[in-house]
Design a protein around this ligand. Sequence first.
Ligand code: XMP
Length: 318
Amino acid sequence: TWTPDSFVETTVAELKAKIGDEKVILGLSGGVDSTVAAVLLHKAIGKHLHCIFVNNGLLRKNEFQSVLDQYEGMGLNVKGVDASARFLDNLEGESDPEKKRKAIGRVFIEVFDDESHLVEDAKWLAQGTIYPDVIESVSATGGPSATIKSHHNVGGLPDYMKLKVVEPLRMLFKDEVRRVGASLGIDKELLGRHPFPGPGLAIRILGDITREKVAILQEVDAIFINGLKEWGLYDKVWQAGAMLLPVNSVGVMGDERTYEKCVALRAVESTDGMTADWVNLPYEFLQKTSNDIINKVRGVNRVVYDISSKPPATIEWE
Ligand code: XMP
């Protein structure tokens, strides 16, 4: 019978035999799949695994540094690449959702390609592909592998795509990946993280993206997500996040009318993201969260909660 321990043992032996002392490159996303794949490979080939973790400037607040620290703490050979400016410059003035996604995919490939060239004589590209990714063409799990998969047929093949591919998790379902991660000693909190889309906050800022909007949404999102954790609600929710809407609404401050931003909070229950129900979060929680957001985040004067299920609404707003 399949157990996480036996999977680790067999897979580590197979990876050792297959890769020997050749170098492997892997893109870390901060998500469960790429992390488990990295730790598994690290156990098999140690420092011959070269991980690349790209900051696209569209991650959650403080996410890049804290996840990078966590990776280093696990002993992974990881390089953090802050390409925020490059991504945000390429997104300037773009408000079409698909064009935003394409721009992010293209810049990711450019950055990843540049970085892979710095790893001399690499022979392999490792990916955290899991079984549902293999059967669907577009991954719902986010991260570099999803970005690569949905964009690799655009234009010529980047050089790193000419590497041999190794995908140690491609026969596993998500819950099995989490169990393998636990057996490898990966932090529970990391293994229980909500899915987060590869294009990140770019598709949660409706309309065009500016640095100011990213900063506002990061604050709002952090208050919401930290609140879910403090109230013991985080693990009851499959995915949660905040959307920055492209309309200003009227508010009042002192004697003055203001026109400021409106954010929508979204929390859903789901098993695979294909269908989803909005979560019946306690009113007291919503009340506290709304107050915190409006009091602490400058430029936001209205908070709404999304009570639409999928279908017909999707989880993201664009
Ligand atoms: P929707 O909005 O389609 O989302 O109901 C379903 C799941 O997919 C994620 N999602 C994406 N993930 N790149 C990704 O890597 C994308 O462009 C993308 N769009 C949506 C979404 O966060 C949810 O988990």
